[in-house]
Design a protein around this ligand. Sequence first.
Ligand code: ATR
Length: 276
Amino acid sequence: MKLGLIGYPISHSLSPWIHQRFIEESGRIGAYELYELELQHFSDEVAAFKELGLDGFNVTVPYKQKIIPYLDRIDREAEIIGAVNTVKNENGCWTGYNTDGKGFVRSIRASFPTMDLKRIRVLVLGAGGAAKGIVHALMSEGVDRLAIANRTLQTASDLIEAFHTNHSQMKAMTLADAEQTLGEYDLIVQTTSVGMKPAVDDQIISLNGLKKGAVVSDIVYQPLQTAFLTDARTKGARIHHGHEMLVYQAAYAFEIWTGVRPDPGLLINELKVKLS
Ligand code: ATR
């Protein structure tokens, strides 16, 4: 089978390593390759790429929205989120999906199986594309007490407005508000790029007053141990690393392409070593 990734730049991507393993474990013969498409000639590049007839591919920055007009169909979740990271090809018909949110939820469920998503209070830090996917997936799994804190309050308010239902208790707040009310939350999810190299020491909010037993998650995986997670660990929190979501969203993409759900457990441990 032929799989791949489109984006720009993508030479640093871990996806080939992850998917090559899934291909081998599933007993298939195939390859997952990188296709760096140029932004200036995106239309022509996509047309030429389509000729290659890949069975499926992932989409990363800066094309998660730009790919949408080239699809024949779009899955409902991806449509609501407004971004596609996975495309399946069936006889030349391209269907777009977004596996980030569900990948996040599956990785949380795997690491914290006793956590009852219907009962917990969740704080999401950031209101960009990644936050949108995660908030949508959490709500689909029954989370209805959720706050979104963002540097730009309006963006958080817009996200709440888009996803709010009659049953949910959702609120938008500033990062300062989040620090003040931190003790109310059972799960805190850091979805911004703060903490990524090179500004590795940055930390989006301080974690004083964290609730006992709270889970703190950071979707950044390079570095694996962000300043935010280091602080969380010091304060006694249970930790959820970004590479866990990375592997689970890839596993879900592989499942969409093949119908086979890989077991991410082994790979997560290996990736941890690789990134440490
Ligand atoms: P992604 O698709 O990866 O989520 P994005 O859509 O550009 O990326 O969203 C970036 C998120 O990170 C936003 O919530 C952004 O806050 P603003 O809406 O205020 O821009 C947040 N963010 C980025 N850099 C930040 C920083 N230095 N401090 C706080 N928040 C930051």
